[in-house]
Design a protein. Structure first.
Length: 322
């Protein structure tokens, strides 16, 4: 792609379609690894960022390739921000997302802007900062509407519903969730999903419904737990080995709902499976998501099976990230 000076500095070079295509393929491989094993296994992302930086700072890009190049550069930073978030590095993640927004704006890619805003919102939601999360989701919704992508809009609306539920606003959460389901249904008639939004299929839509209902069961009324179990069971059944992290997170919430309903036989069975899966994922998020299940189980610690699960949760949560 390029040569260097005697001092090792890169010489200017012309960027070709194959250069951009190779970078897109590399990001695709890393994204699949992140879904399967979590951000802790995506260490090669730094190498891809270095390659992207080389293209940006030393390459001459033909005008027809400019938007495509800036899109993949933004996607690299978007993915790296997500992997940083996944391993608990909040501030580095925020900086990566900020750079991704700059590059996506340069590319004129509203669909990618919407996705980055969704991920920024998730960063705030993980910290239980509902106002900031809602602000990012709202900005993302504006970009999603500009892009015309119903899938992008469904992602933002489903996550808005989660934020409303976390804040205890039952009506707003259920209304926004219904809007997300409508947008998702309509997404099938749109263009094929872009790589950064392709994860959001039927399994993730069901998982988000279950997540919102779980949050409402905890923050508003336990009556939402039954519907949450139905949605989460369906989602868990759809996740394959390529989405191990998502399946582990879904099973954790499913066990949480069974514990909330007093069915500790199912809670311990499913909770043990969730922990076993999470042990193969380089992510801190399953550890954080186990906290509500752990609290529920502490109420029944005298039950031998629950006691074993509590020991498993404590051991897993204390384990260093792979």
């Amino acid at each position: 792609m390029t040569t260097t000076t005697p001092d090792g500095e890169p010489l200017p070079f012309n960027i070709e379609t194959t250069d951009v295509a190779e970078l897109e393929a590399a990001v695709g491989v890393l994204r699949a690894l992140d879904y399967r094993q979590g951000g802790g296994f995506c260490r090669d992302a730094v190498r891809v960022v270095k390659t992207a930086s080389l293209l940006l700072h030393w390459g001459t890009v033909p005008e027809p390739l400019r938007a495509r190049l800036y899109t993949v550069l933004a996607d690299v930073h978007n993915l790296l921000g997500w992997t940083e978030f996944d391993i608990g590095h909040g501030e580095p993640a925020r900086r990566r997302f900020g750079r991704a927004l700059e590059l996506a704006a340069e590319a004129g890619n509203d669909n990618l802007v919407a996705n980055i805003r969704y991920r920024l919102g998730r960063l705030h939601l993980h910290r239980h900062d509902v106002p900031r999360a809602l602000a990012e989701f709202a900005r993302g919704g504006v970009a999603a509407r500009r892009s015309g992508s119903r899938r992008a809009l469904a992602i933002l609306q489903a996550n808005e519903a989660w934020a409303f539920a976390m804040g205890g606003d039952e009506r707003a959460a259920l209304n926004r969730l219904a809007e997300a389901e409508t947008a998702f249904t309509e997404a099938g008639s749109w263009l094929p999903p872009r790589p950064w939004e392709a994860f959001f299929g039927e399994a993730d839509m069901a998982a988000m419904c279950g997540t919102v209902l779980t949050e409402l069961a905890e923050s508003v009324a336990p009556r939402h737990s039954g519907a949450a179990i139905v949605q989460l069971t369906g989602a868990a059944g759809r996740y394959g080995a390529d989405m191990t992290r998502s399946r582990s997170l879904t099973l954790i919430m499913l066990a949480q709902n069974h514990a909330l309903g007093g069915d500790f036989d199912e809670a311990t069975r499913i909770g043990a499976e969730a922990i076993e899966l999470a042990g193969h994922v380089g992510s801190v998020r399953p550890k954080d998501r186990l906290a509500p299940l752990q609290r529920r189980c502490l109420e029944r610690r005298s039950d031998p099976a629950v006691s074993v699960l509590l020991e498993g949760i404590a051991e897993y949560r204390s384990r260093p990230l792979s």
